[in-house]
Write a protein that binds this ligand. Structure first.
Ligand SMILES: CC/C=C\C/C=C\C/C=C\C=C\CC(=O)SCCNC(=O)CCNC(=O)[C@H](O)C(C)(C)COP(=O)(O)OP(=O)(O)OC[C@H]1O[C@@H](n2cnc3c(N)ncnc32)[C@H](O)[C@@H]1OP(=O)(O)O
Length: 305
């Protein structure tokens, strides 16, 4: 077991590993002793904010976000997230990802407002590049991506869900999803807008963005922001059922089709990436915008009292 931990320091093997005895080892051609796993094995790796559980049998990884209290997307969270998606992308065994939250009531509260409030231009630029990177990795992924939206998902959380191929949401009218940036006195960048337009069309996006609409679950289904509503306890199992349909499609055909649909939107950001960062930095560091963020955060905290 000690050797195993040396070989896979970041991995916790579950399933029948505990029963691995000497006969659970095989010798490689070079003579090295390697663990010999039974057919269905799950490998779970945990970082500070994420758990990634890979099932070698199905080729599906479940990525669970766990950054209390609300899975807000901080610079560190975003960095870890992009690295994890990149690793799965490079893992030939991984064909699909289910993205979900390990916290009650919230999928993700979107960008961490504290990363944009009272911070200097250099920090804001680094943060924005990480936001771009998260979206580029997810929207441009070759893998099948399913969002299991088991709680509220405003702003950047909605962007994350929209970047997936398919969205299943908990049928709870208390949960909401949408790009509510205007309510904070900020403006959704063009690639947030494009992602939403690609998902629900021009008119619904125009209304949603200007009004900063947060749709409850039934409305989200009606406008097409999510594809299915299921009882809260069934979100993950419904995502597994959904992904099996996608897995039945030959990867190369699905991937080329996905790229054909998404590449123009991705290329638009790639060719304006630095300009987009500069726009963000000069916008977010304005005194008036900083004031809006401060007022918004104060209101958020006052809701509790
Ligand atoms: C011209 C244009 C050029 C360039 C583009 C320019 C600008 C674009 C800029 C930015 C784009 C930003 C997109 C975003 O994602 S902004 C973030 C928007 N998010 C929200 O509005 C969500 C706010 N949160 C909520 O609505 C709720 O917290 C909730 C529904 C997610 C959960 O509700 P709960 O009742 O369960 O939890 P709370 O008590 O409200 O929260 C607990 C705790 O967490 C703090 N918090 C909540 N959300 C955030 C957040 N997004 N960032 C940081 N912190 C957050 C909240 O204040 C509480 O803290 P305390 O316990 O009181 O300390």
């Amino acid at each position: 077991m000690a050797t195993l931990l040396k070989l896979f320091p970041t991995c916790t093997w579950t399933g029948r590993l505990a029963h691995l005895s000497r006969k659970g080892w095989a010798q490689s051609r070079s003579g090295r002793l390697l663990p010999c796993f039974p057919a269905s094995q799950r490998c779970a790796s945990t970082t500070s904010y994420l758990t990634v559980e890979m099932d070698d049998n199905t080729g599906v990884a479940v990525v669970t976000m766990k950054s209390p209290p609300v899975n807000s997307l901080s610079l560190d969270f975003l960095t870890e997230f992009s690295i994890s998606i990149e690793k799965l992308e490079m893992d030939r065994k991984c064909r699909g990802v289910i993205l979900t939250s390990g916290l009650p009531k919230v999928f993700s509260a979107g960008l961490d407002i504290m990363e944009m409030y009272g911070k200097g231009p250099e920090h804001c630029a680094e943060f924005w590049r990480a936001v771009q990177e998260m979206w580029l990795k997810l929207y441009g992924s070759n893998m099948i991506t399913i969002a299991a939206v088991n709680g509220s998902s405003p702003a950047g959380g909605c962007l994350m869900a929209m970047a997936c191929d398919y969205r299943i949401m908990a049928d709870n009218p208390k949960y909401s999803i949408g790009l509510n940036e205007t309510l904070l006195g900020i403006v959704a960048p063009f690639w947030f807008k494009d992602t939403m337009m690609n998902t629900i069309g021009f008119r619904a996006t125009e209304l949603a963005l200007q009004l900063g609409l947060l749709h409850n679950a039934p409305n989200a289904l009606r406008v097409g922001l999510v594809d299915e509503l299921v009882p809260e306890k069934e979100v993950l199992s419904a995502a597994s059922t959904a992904i099996s349909k996608w897995l039945a499609i030959p990867d190369h055909a699905r991937q080329i089709t996905k790229s054909m649909m998404r590449k123009p939107t991705i290329d638009r950001l790639l060719s304006h990436r630095d300009q987009d960062i500069n726009n963000f930095v000069s916008f977010i560091t304005k005194d008036s915008i900083q004031k809006s963020l401060q007022v918004y955060m104060e209101r958020l905290k006052q809701r509790k009292t």
